[in-house]
Design a protein around this ligand. Structure first.
Ligand code: ADP
Ligand code: MG
Ligand code: MG
Length: 909
């Protein structure tokens, strides 16, 4: 490989010309657009520095270095050392302090920062650069020995934990440094940390160092550069820790991205009563309201706010305590929104009354907040409608439609406490006090509300499985609130009027005592906690859509309607729904469905008398007998289709002919078989014999789909007749008849001929003309491979991506449970291929079939009706391959509308 000296940003594996380090501060190399290289935190620190906000100077080691680190067996690339030392020198000059100088030490924080923020997933190290000598310098400089020793003992604790691995040995073990501290406090008869004298802290530091020696056999490093490299390497390594991996899987973050490391001059929120540290949001991240939102702690450092050790104060109180810093912060709030044009979540520290900004990012928000912020920022001129659409995760529109507690049931509900409303919605469930109890209960199929004093990243799995989360401690930036915002969980946090006792497994509120397993209900919109189970009912939006409420009386509906209006303006894909009954159809139309993409006729054969005739048809020993039974089924089918056509009011309806293997309709228990035998006037042995003969080793690949119609043309005839007679009866409809499981041109041609013949007959009999189409599902690979032949007889294709996934991957959806988890853990499947389309594999077949289909029939109509029709990333794919519509289940219709708009906007860019 030739050296590229002209462009230091490119090059091979750690070629020394490559730029590994980007400064921010007086000189700033990066900006917000460089998040792939600098991580979100690093890119935005650079951006803030560049627009003149007060950011302590520092530098970012790129994500590329992280990749090289893993590629080279956890070694740093050549050239990094020199660049880091140069960056440190630059800061030393700027700050007039020196890293490792015993008299005037410069201290750093070492922070991780991936491309997407992964809050709390990786560890931060503060006060790096302190050692037995520099701590004395800090004590003199600050004229505050207590502060200096406290910083040092915190540093040893963080470093010992994160870099040297001094951690609890198992779940019941205490945090070892805390244990040492508690022991010392007991010896000294001291209650509060703040009552430890400088000499006490010195003793604590000695014992901490001893603990490290004991546990690891190594001494705590006194060399500041050794400290720095140890910390950088620990941040890179944390990319592969368990918490980070779980998080990445949940959010589909590729493990190749890696993390950047930010090294930043320390500022101190713990220098005394004129210092503070906090986090804030430019708007309320729970409901989206435009209010300054956040919390802070006086005389505290770093993660004290998030850790929930002390209860932080609401940001509004800072106005009284530190008016100057508060007003500066208000100005920063406006400047951030104006510059980033989105709601920001930021971290700040006040050191001796001076404000510093430590981080900003687009704030995570609940679904409701996402919608409200987009709509209101568009009104305020901060973002366009087009940007607004892209800022709302498509899934989150759902949260405006989720059920709320039934107002009637609320009248008799007993409120037992209040907390901070951190995740809107209503949740009722069994109380679980630990994540593992929540998991156990949820696996039994029960609804759970996880109730904890506070949550930590270890609880993530249990939180995912719970309906709602309730904590008694911690504020708006606590872990629970953060997770609720991201996962869209109903959440109340910091409910200090309830007491949770893990040992007794009880939750106490006033004089109400609830046990683990008892029912509890929480309203994450209002913050109210109730005893027992409360009935839920439709949301305002749903009631307006159903005509039970005037839209003018619901702001939530206004938000919903605005966003859906935007979505419809930008999307190209039509949205249809999979519906088999008039009720389902009407429900979907109200949510915006423009047609039915899949009506499964088999569901129509189970109700009432029908199943009897159906069984008679299946068990018939001659064609005549079969026709007799089919004739009885015809009127039922016709009425069903007429109902569906009426409900759809002229919108297109695609009806799939009978698809499942026939044995699915037969009785499997003795009693029902006996009854059936009597009814049909045959012996039970005849029934048993017929059931046996229909048995298939592999029904998914057996006698089903169009294969039924090929062997029993009279079934196709009857269904076609029912469809067309209903069309003639209702009028103004254009049915689309869909032949399932086609692989060969000839089998489709066979079925299409029957459909056309019946259409002609019905038109003649009824004396009416109607428009109709015949098409096919593309759901086995052969159909996609010969789609140009299939298209000769098909006026439309609808991709049946459920079966197409099963047949392409050779993977049965119903049997993958036993190995799916291993595949996911090993990242062989990054997601469930039945939930989100395998775009490389199955997607290639879809693409091929689209091209081949259009080459034969230019105006062939193309759609998709598998589960994937409601999945945003699959919808994006379907937009890009040029389908005409996606069809999904009725409740997914709003999500699909929004996702389709996002796909169109993204494709334009
Ligand atoms: P996370 O990604 O978990 O938010 P951060 O890198 O933001 O981790 O660090 C956690 C906390 O450490 C910050 O919220 C901040 O309070 C504190 N911190 C980080 N860097 C500095 C610094 N240079 N000076 C003072 N405090 C800092
Ligand atoms: Mg962290
Ligand atoms: Mg942070």
């Amino acid at each position: 490989m030739s050296a590229k000296t002209s462009n230091p940003n490119t090059g091979g594996d750690g070629a020394s010309g490559e730029k590994h380090v980007y400064a921010f501060g007086k000189q700033t190399d990066g900006n917000t657009k460089m998040r792939n290289l600098l991580g979100g935190k690093g890119a935005n620190l650079a951006e803030m520095a560049a627009i003149g906000l007060p950011v302590p100077p520092g530098f970012t080691i790129t994500t590329e270095v992280c990749k090289l680190f893993y590629k080279n067996d956890r070694q740093f690339p050549a050239g990094l050392n020199a660049q880091v030392e140069a960056a440190v020198k630059q800061i030393e000059e700027q700050e007039k302090r020196t890293f490792g100088d015993p008299k005037n030490p410069l201290l750093f924080s070492v922070r991780s920062g991936a491309r997407e923020s992964m809050p709390g997933m990786m560890d931060t190290i503060l006060n790096l650069g302190l050692n037995d000598e520099t701590v004395e310098g800090l004590a003199k400089l600050s004229d505050n020995p207590r502060f200096a020793y406290d910083c040092y003992r915190r540093f040893i604790q963080m470093y010992g934990d994160v870099v040297m691995g001094v951690q609890p040995r198992d779940e019941s073990d205490h945090e070892p440094f805390e244990a040492v501290m508690d022991e010392l406090k007991k010896e000294l008869g001291v209650e509060e940390d703040s009552n430890l004298t400088p000499d006490n802290l010195k003793e604590l530091i000695r014992r901490y160092q001893e603990l490290i020696k004991e546990r690891t056999g190594s001494t705590f490093p006194q060399d500041v550069y050794e400290q720095l490299w140890g910390a950088v390497s620990a941040v890179f390594s944390s990319w592969q820790n368990e918490r980070a991996i779980v998080y990445r899987q949940k959010y589909n973050i590729p493990s190749e991205w890696g993390t950047a490391v930010n090294i930043q001059t320390m500022v101190f929120g713990n220098m005394g009563e004129d210092s503070a540290t906090g986090v804030a949001f430019t708007r309320d991240p729970a409901n989206g309201e435009k209010v300054f939102y956040g919390e802070y702690l006086i005389n505290a450092q770093g993660e004290d706010v998030v850790a929930g050790v002390r209860t932080p104060k609401p940001i509004a109180e800072l106005e009284k305590e530190m008016p100057k810093a508060f007003h500066e912060l208000e100005a920063v709030r406006a400047k951030l929104e104006d510059h980033f044009r989105d709601m920001q979540d930021f971290e700040f520290t006040v050191e001796n009354k001076k404000l510093y900004m430590l981080q900003t990012r687009n704030g995570k928000r609940t679904g409701l907040a996402a919608v409200r912020i987009a709509v209101e920022m568009e009104k305020e001129g901060l973002m366009s409608a087009e940007t607004g659409v892209t800022k709302i995760p498509a899934e989150s529109i759902d949260s405006l439609l989720v059920p709320v507690f039934d107002p009637a049931a609320m009248k008799s509900a007993n409120v037992i406490g209040h907390g901070l409303p951190a995740g809107p919605g209503a949740a009722s469930g069994h109380i679980a006090f630990t994540a593992s109890a929540a998991e156990r209960e949820a696996r039994k199929g029960n609804k759970v509300v996880l109730c904890r004093v506070e949550t930590s990243p270890e609880d993530l799995k249990g939180m995912l499985l719970s309906e709602g989360i309730l904590t008694s401690r911690g504020g708006v930036s606590s872990h629970a609130a953060l997770v609720a915002r991201q996962l869209g969980k109903v959440c109340i946090c910091g409910a200090s009027d309830i007491k949770i006792d893990y040992a007794k497994r009880t939750l106490k509120a006033g004089n109400v005592i609830l046990q683990e397993g008892d029912f509890i209900s929480i309203d994450g919109t209002t913050g109210e906690i109730f005893e027992g189970r409360i009935k839920t009912t439709d949301s305002d939006v749903k009631r307006v859509l159903d005509g039970q409420m005037d839209g003018k009386n619901s702001y939530t509906y206004e938000l919903f309607n605005t966003v859906m209006g935007w979505a419809d303006k930008y999307r190209r894909l039509a949205i249809r729904t999979n519906a088999d009954t008039p009720d389902m159809a009407r429900n979907a139309v109200v949510l915006g469905a423009q047609g039915i993409g899949l009506c499964r006729t088999e569901h129509m054969f189970f109700e009432g008398d029908r199943i009897g005739y159906m069984r008679q048809m299946i068990l018939a020993s001659s064609e005549d007998e079969r026709r007799e039974a089919l004739a009885k089924l015809l009127p039922f089918q016709r009425e069903d289709f007429a109902g569906l056509f009426t409900a759809m009011e002229g919108r297109p309806v695609t009806i799939r002919l009978l698809d499942p293997p026939l044995h699915e309709f037969l009785p499997h228990d003795d009693t029902t078989r006996r009854e059936l035998a009597e009814r049909l006037g045959v012996s039970q042995e005849t029934i048993n014999e017929r059931v046996r003969s229909l048995h298939e080793e592999n029904p998914m690949l057996g006698h089903r789909g169009c294969r039924l119609g090929v062997t029993y043309p009279e079934i196709t005839e009857m269904q076609a007749r029912a469809i067309f007679e209903a069309a003639a009866q209702v009028g103004g409809v254009k049915p689309e008849v869909m032949i399932p499981l086609v692989g060969f041109k000839a089998e489709l041609a066979d079925q299409v001929a029957i459909v056309h013949k019946v259409a002609k007959e019905v038109m003649k009999e009824k004396g009416v003309e109607f428009d109709y189409q015949v098409g096919t599902m593309i759901e086995i690979p052969r159909a996609a491979l010969v789609a140009e032949q299939i298209a000769e007889d098909a006026e439309f294709f609808s991709f049946g991506t459920n079966d197409l996934t099963q047949t392409t991957l050779g993977l049965s959806r119903d049997d993958m449970g036993s190995f799916f988890d291993s595949y996911r853990d090993k990242e062989i499947f990054t997601q469930n291929p039945f939930a989100s389309l395998d775009q490389e594999g199955v997607g290639s077949l879809v693409k091929l079939a689209v091209e081949k289909g259009r080459s034969t029939r230019k105006d062939i109509k193309l759609g998709i009706c598998g589960e994937h029709g409601g999945d945003p990333s699959s919808i994006n794919f379907f937009h890009n391959v040029g389908l005409d519509y996606v069809s999904c289940s009725p409740p997914r219709v709003p999500v699909a509308r929004l996702a389709a708009a996002q796909a169109a906007i993204k494709a334009k860019k």
